[in-house]
Design a protein around this ligand. Structure first.
Ligand code: SF4
Length: 369
């Protein structure tokens, strides 16, 4: 059902999600970071106002049973990847570098079609959206005494392209048969969420506020803006090797920038770009022999804050959102993925270690979009 309507009209999407609820499925929404600071624009709030609690309240009003913080998936992606980075650095094998981020579907779709040779350098870990979908079906389901296919996951995303992530599946053994389940069943964008609430005559200003259960780390939340992935990755790497250091230098809004960062005995070269025009320049630099350990690519202006599922905005508004996204993450006390207690507890409960077979089965994709 979901694949038939994944790009269709909002009414069809709402009907499909409501039909799942009527069938007795548990409706799980996951809230992407950039949505919480832009949804308010649809209802007359100031640009960049952090409405996380109101968003959770709205999702509950719309019938969702559970709301999960999508940045949990970002924390897991970083947690897995810093272990990979350390192993690669210590092996002295530079052939895998540069590593590219896998969380931006726009960039991955572009790479797959225009630069296929780069794909082995793009992490095969799922996006935060897909990772949280996997957690809901492979972990939360059992905590709730449910089967994975009793759970329906809806990603609340700043990105229309994320609807393509509903096509990715994993295999689940049900009795003697193997069934394919989606990590994420439906994706609703920021503007669609606003429209959905208007269609239900919900007065957003009157929606009760709810705390997000188990909010992820500050660095998982800052994924929603350019430089955020690099900040999360590098600061988690510093923590992993025992260096208490917080690097905030990546918080800039130029379309393309390059950094050298010293962490312990490692010197890391990082490039950050948004937009494919800037990406092409960096790829030219790489072709001409410039070396990077990590390249962060976001397809949209300033990252997901400027995504195609967001309210229409000028460049100035997008810059204000970028600032707000950083402020929103700064309010969170847990700094990196290593401070995310829910993550550490889940790894322990599932007897899972970074990059072991269980983690690979849960979080890494066999096929990219
Ligand atoms: S940067 Fe744009 S294309 Fe990439 S995930 Fe964010 S909203 Fe989607």
């Amino acid at each position: 059902m979901a694949e038939e309507i994944y790009m269709n009209k909002l009414d069809d999407l709402i009907n499909a999600i409501e039909a799942e609820k009527k069938k007795g499925k548990v409706l799980v929404a996951q809230l992407a970071p950039a949505v919480r600071i832009t949804l308010g624009e649809e209802f007359g709030y100031n640009v960049g106002e952090d409405l996380t609690k109101k968003c959770v309240g709205l999702l509950k009003t719309l019938g969702f049973d559970i709301v999960i913080d999508t940045p949990l998936g970002a924390d897991i992606a970083v947690y897995e990847e810093v272990h990979i980075l350390k192993e690669l650095l210590d092996s002295k094998d530079l052939s895998y570098f540069p590593m590219f981020n896998s969380c931006c579907i726009g960039w991955k779709m572009y790479a797959k079609r225009m630069h296929l040779d780069l794909m082995p350098h793009v992490s095969s870990i799922g996006s935060p959206n897909q990772i949280v979908g996997s957690i809901a079906k492979n972990y939360l389901a059992y905590q709730q005494n449910k089967y994975p296919d009793d759970i329906v996951v809806v990603g609340i995303m700043p990105c229309t392209l994320k609807k393509f992530e509903t096509l990715n599946t994993f295999e689940h053994k049900k009795g003697n048969t193997i069934v394919k389940l989606k990590y994420v069943d439906y994706v609703v964008t920021t503007t669609e969420l606003a429209e959905w609430s208007r269609k239900k005559n919900i007065d957003f200003s009157q929606v009760a506020e709810y705390e997000m259960i188990n909010p992820a780390s500050k660095e998982g939340t800052i994924f929603g803006v350019t430089g955020g992935i690099s900040e999360a990755f590098i600061n988690a790497f510093a923590k992993y090797i025992g260096e208490e250091k917080e690097i905030l230098d990546f918080r800039q809004d130029e379309k393309s920038r390059k950094y050298k960062v010293k962490i312990g005995n490692y010197e890391l070269s990082v490039a950050i770009v948004f937009g494919v025009g800037q990406l092409e320049h960096i790829l030219e630099d790489i072709e001409n022999g410039e070396f990077f350990h990590f390249v962060e690519v976001m397809y949209c202006n300033s990252g997901c804050v400027g995504g195609p599922g967001q309210p229409r905005a000028s460049d100035t508004t997008i810059e204000e959102r970028a600032k707000a996204m950083r402020n929103c993450s700064d309010k969170i006390k847990k700094t990196t993925c290593f401070d995310n207690g829910a993550l550490l507890e889940m790894y322990k409960n599932l007897n899972m270690k970074p990059n072991n077979a269980k983690a690979k089965e849960m979080f890494f994709l066999k096929e990219q979009n």
